[in-house]
Design a protein around this ligand. Structure first.
Ligand code: FAD
Length: 300
């Protein structure tokens, strides 16, 4: 299977789709249908998030979903032939547990892993507390992968509008430089709705010496609910987009149309400006992502 960093350096745009482990067995089958639906768009890879927060562990439901992340990536690779990358977080895990999971991923033939810290309980806003014998920052997980000599291509997260816990953008960037220097091969950004955030961030990252590909992450607005969750992601909504969404009222189809048009425009602008590809936060549905990527493929 392909190392994502190599694909990102290949010259043509790299498209990827992110999913999360569903709650039910029915949800798992529906997720597979979504993966199949998106198959004709030939994603270069898909990724599956790693749920849960440290202080609620061990929560059987979180543990079940975490196992599902690993199982889904293995199944997608085996059954669809599409490269599937597991996200892995430090939260709730000791170093030894992380070693076991990395061993499992290596034994199953995983090529790529997204190394993250994880959010504090209840999402961003609180304080992250590492478990005894665990890690406090993503950089420690990246170091662990490198120290133990796994041959994974390692991805990590970055924040064009600055991570919510960082005192300022400069400090956040200094931590990112250290994380990349520890052995990160590519970065995926937090979602954003104004490309200016991405381009400014890439310029600052390059000036700070970061050379790895920086993949923009985009989430199409598909409902009023997605808009309401944006502050939690640290993503600001530009006034003109908010006005267009407000004008839709409760008309779900109109909101979807505005969201698809905005994300398509963003993706076109990002690729034209030199982004190596686009990572889509699909929210496990195919409709918006299919419309956006089909339109992009027609324009390429
Ligand atoms: P870090 O790199 O550890 O950064 C977190 C904060 O700590 C930042 O403010 C940083 O500036 C600071 N920092 C970093 N290093 C140091 C240091 N050495 N000393 C002091 N401060 C430091 N969450 C999940 O739970 N599961 C997922 O699957 C998931 N997938 C994601 C995918 C992407 C592409 C993105 C962008 C985020 C994802 N998240 C996921 C959310 C992520 O876990 C949170 O944003 C989390 O709060 C930070 O994770 P990180 O790996 O960026 O942390």
């Amino acid at each position: 299977m392909m190392k994502i960093a190599e694909r990102l350096g290949a010259g043509s745009p790299c498209f990827s789709f992110e999913f999360f482990p569903p709650n039910t067995e029915k949800g798992v089958e529906s997720l597979f249908r979504t993966v199949v639906d998106l198959g004709p768009l030939e994603p270069d890879f898909v990724s599956v998030t790693y749920p849960g927060s440290a202080q609620v562990m061990p929560d059987p439901e979180v543990l079940r979903k975490r196992r599902l992340t690993l199982e889904l990536t293995r199944r997608i690779r085996a059954e669809s032939g599409i490269e599937a990358m597991a996200h892995l977080t430090c939260s709730g895990h000791t170093r030894d547990e992380l070693c076991d999971i990395l061993d499992q991923l290596a034994a199953e033939g995983a090529t790529n892993v997204l190394a993250l810290r994880g959010d504090p309980p209840g999402g961003s806003g609180g304080a992250f507390v590492a478990v005894a014998g665990g890690f406090s920052h993503g950089v420690e997980l990246v170091r662990l992968v490198r120290e133990r000599g796994y041959d994974f291509c390692v991805g990590a997260a970055c924040y064009p509008e600055t991570h919510s816990e960082a005192p300022d953008a400069g400090v956040d960037l200094a931590h990112l430089v250290a994380k990349v220097d520890a052995g990160v091969d590519f970065l995926v950004t937090q979602l954003f709705f104004d490309n200016a955030h991405y381009f400014r961030f890439v310029d600052r990252a390059r000036a700070a010496g970061i050379r790895v590909p920086i993949v923009p992450g985009l989430m199409p607005v598909t409902s009023a609910g997605t808009v309401a969750r944006m502050p939690g992601f640290g993503a600001s909504i530009p006034d003109d987009l908010r006005a267009r969404l407000d004008a839709c009222g409760d008309d779900a189809e109109a909101i979807l149309a505005v969201g698809v048009a905005h994300t398509t425009e963003q993706a076109v602008g990002l690729l034209a400006g030199g982004a190596p590809g686009v990572h889509f936060y699909t929210l496990n549905t195919s409709r918006a992502t299919r419309a956006i990527v089909s339109s992009l493929r027609e324009q390429m």
